[in-house]
Design a protein around this ligand. Structure first.
Ligand code: GRG
Length: 326
């Protein structure tokens, strides 16, 4: 006997599925493109088919692929698209951002830095591969990141060589004494030391803010946006970077190692200079809300200008950054 192909009439129709409005679902296309390109850029065979450095490549891949929210690269991609730019133009820079971010986490986890055994829900790179390999993997990722922006950005007229050079120059600021390295130095310097608001802001502006500023500014630059729009996105990156770091510090207090994929509660143990330590949890939360409100206003103002853009996706991203739970 043949089975009926349709449901009997008497059964009620199943309710329509709820739309998935998570960050991962809404930005799946940008996340996928970044992940696929990272996989390609970290293909050992393409660079060095000899077996000697296999362990180094494995460590670089382990620290970069398979994990991470990709928030900075998504910001670069979404700003570029919102400003009318091509996805292919920004993709190499978006990947370079993730390589530097991964490197900063690998080095941050080292025993001589923040000393964490866990990252992205698995043993940190020095735990899995040893300290010297972790240092070298980070070093190699920095140089690779510069190579990817300069060699892989298509020179097909979608971006001028001058603009591209200016992005590479900005990238060198972010990765140097004008960016993350500076922030990390001062962060460690003030561990267990008295600090004030000025020091706190300084650490955050450099340690986390720099990469957010670069991500948004580069997205706009690579889209060919006018300088005043680029400047606005840099300001926006500054606000979002600060909000992101304050939320990170709040989650370190309120969340679990399991949920975060890294050791929770470390800031207090290491007597870190954080917003919650200085202002308290409630006032820090208010600062995040204030910053996201300012980011919304900036987005709306800029979108309304003659060379305006569609700010919908970017507003959604601001909301995710302010309210993230991991
Ligand atoms: C760039 C040359 C160079 C050196 C780096 C070690 C160092 C110098 C800087 C450390 C910077 C650092 C670890 C900042 C913390 C930023 C932060 C909140 C990281 C967590 O970012 P998420 O949550 O991580 O986006 P995932 O795992 O999701 O990618």
């Amino acid at each position: 006997m043949q089975m009926p192909l349709s449901q009997p009439q008497s059964q009620p129709p199943s309710p329509p599925a709820e739309p998935d409005n998570s960050y991962e679902a809404l930005f799946a296309s940008s996340i996928l493109r970044v992940n696929q390109s990272l996989e390609r850029f970290l293909d050992k065979q393409a660079y060095d088919p000899s077996p000697q450095a296999n362990g180094l490549w494995e460590a670089m891949r382990y620290g970069t692929l398979d994990g991470g929210k990709r928030i900075r690269s998504v910001l670069a991609m979404e700003v570029c698209k919102a400003c009318g730019g091509q996805e292919n133009t920004v993709l190499p820079t978006a990947c370079a951002i993730e390589l530097i971010h991964a490197q900063s986490l690998i080095h941050d986890d080292l025993p001589c830095m923040d000393n964490d055994d866990m990252r992205r829900g698995k043993p940190s790179v020095h735990k899995a591969f040893g300290e010297s390999t972790a240092v070298l993997a980070g070093d190699a990722l920095i140089a690779l990141a510069f190579g990817i922006i300069s060699k892989e950005t298509p020179l097909d007229g979608s971006v001028s060589p001058q603009r591209l050079l200016s992005v590479i120059g900005d990238f060198s600021d972010v990765t140097s004494i004008r960016g993350l390295v500076n922030g990390q130095f001062v962060d460690i310097l003030y561990e267990g030391q008295p600090f004030n608001q000025e020091i706190l802001e300084y650490i955050h502006v450099y340690k986390t803010g720099a990469l957010f500023r670069f991500s948004m500014g580069a997205g706009a630059k690579l889209a060919g946006a006018p300088d005043f729009v680029v400047d606005r996105f840099v300001t926006l990156g500054q606000k979002l970077g600060l909000a992101f770091q304050i939320v990170d510090d709040l989650l370190d207090i309120a969340s679990s190692s399991e949920a975060l994929g890294k050791t929770a509660g470390k800031d207090q143990l290491q007597e870190k200079a954080t917003y919650p330590a200085f202002f308290g949890v409630e006032a820090s939360r208010k600062q995040v809300d204030q910053l996201s409100q300012e980011a919304f206003t900036l987005l709306e103002e800029t979108a309304g200008m003659p060379s305006g853009y569609d700010s919908k996706a970017l507003k959604t991203l601001v909301g995710f950054i302010a309210n993230r739970i991991h």
